[in-house]
Write a protein that binds this ligand. Structure first.
Ligand code: NAD
Ligand code: TYD
Length: 347
């Protein structure tokens, strides 16, 4: 099995790559990543010399390069995670999201189609997507696999579009695919632009903790290693042409999560509980901010036997410990261009 994983130097991708390299020694894993600001070779240092692993630096929007790569390696499977992934950045630079998330996905789909030309009964294109494609929920209800798409941000619109193209290739050409739509991930190696690592970094550097709007927005949080397990299951046991929703059964209003995180940080840093909460600062809201995401993950639970393996408190504790023990990783990724991003976003 020659398996291409795209975006493997990023947050979720690095955990997926590690899992496949370690658990499937008979597969060869090719990690294709452009190493944008979000990609980091440090994330996979521990497995970089494994004999069943190769890293390829390249851009999924470079059609010639991708076609040549598929001709050379004839990948049996693709797990596609490479994307621009941050909603706030999509608001300031929507075209970059259209290019990578839509065009990049189409270029991969085309290359896969041209490689196998219909002889693909044992092949698979797995597209990793987000629950944000479903739009925003009110106070009640859950996203099911049949919930109509209703994306609100340039990020979610670009992911929704890429999902549609994957399905369209399935319908039109018979390309074997599977899609999963997952809720908010957290865990080690997440770039500190997303809520949890941003707050951890700001607490460590004694900076304000920016709460968008009234802080009453709700997200469902899943520990990243549980997402990697789910991806493994969907890749090996999922039905082609099906979609699987993946979630943590773990809804939190932002402000409650932020307070829990602050208090856990104070305990870990051995200082009076309440110290970090003083940094909480209400700031201007994100435009088009989705009120609530919540996933019904009963299909993957019933069909593939998946459920989260850790509680939120356990996952958060492991995550905080990792950032506390990897301050060098954190200071490396927050130097340079991160400072410009931060000033622009939060000044
Ligand atoms: P990330 O931003 O941490 O990593 C993205 C990776 O893709 C980086 O390594 C980056 O270098 C690479 N990349 C970006 N543009 C590329 C290009 N043009 N060519 C090749 N590589 C490129 O993202 P993440 O949080 O790990 O998310 C991975 C995937 O999972 C995305 O498709 C995202 O939409 C999806 N997802 C994320 C979450 C979440 O909470 N983070 C939840 C559900 C789904
Ligand atoms: P984020 O981690 O960006 O994920 P997403 O927007 O994809 O759900 O944000 C999670 C929630 O936290 C979202 O409601 C926006 C909010 N948020 C803040 O209040 N302040 C911040 O600085 C950030 C980055 C997010």
């Amino acid at each position: 099995m020659k398996l291409l994983i795209t975006g493997g130097a990023g947050f979720i991708g690095s955990h997926v790559v590690r899992r496949f390299v370690q658990n499937y020694p008979s597969y060869h894993i090719y990690n294709l990543d452009a190493l944008t600001y979000a990609g980091n070779m440090e994330n996979l240092k521990d497995i970089e010399n494994n004999s069943n692993y190769s890293f390829i630096k390249g851009d999924i929007t470079d059609e010639k390069f991708i076609n040549a790569l598929f001709s050379e390696h004839r990948f049996d499977g693709v797990i596609h995670l490479a994307a621009e992934s941050h909603v706030d950045r999509s608001i300031t630079d929507p075209l970059a999201f259209a290019k990578t998330n839509i065009l990049g996905t189409m270029i991969l789909l085309n290359a896969f189609k041209e490689t196998w030309k219909g002889n693909w009964s044992d092949k698979l294109f797995y597209h990793v997507s987000t629950d944000e494609v479903y739009g925003s929920l009110g106070e009640t209800g859950l996203f099911e696999e049949t919930t109509p798409y209703d994306p609100n941000s340039p990020y979610s619109a670009s992911k929704a579009s890429s999902d549609h193209f994957v399905r369209a290739y399935g319908e039109t050409y018979g390309l074997p695919y599977v899609i999963s739509n997952c809720s908010n991930n957290y865990g080690q190696n997440q770039f500190p632009e997303k809520l949890i690592p941003l707050f951890i970094n700001n607490i460590l550097t004694d900076k304000p903790l920016p709460v968008y709007g009234d802080g009453k927005y709700t997200r469902d949080w899943l520990y990243v290693l549980d997402h990697a397990i789910a991806i493994d299951l969907v890749f090996h046991k999922g039905q082609t042409t099906e979609t699987y929703n993946i979630g943590g059964f773990n809804e939190w209003q932002n402000i409650d999560l932020m307070k829990l995180l602050c208090d856990q940080m104070d305990l870990k840093l051995k200082r009076p509980v309440g110290t970090s909460q003083k940094l909480i600062t209400y700031v201007k809201d994100r435009p088009g901010h989705d009120l609530r995401y919540a996933i019904d993950a009963s299909k993957i639970n019933k069909e593939l036997g998946w459920k989260p393996s850790v509680t939120f408190e356990q996952g958060l504790s492991i995550t905080i410990d990792w950032y506390l023990n990897n301050e060098e990783w954190l200071s490396n990724v927050t130097s340079g261009s991160y400072q410009n991003y931060y000033t622009k976003q939060y000044s």
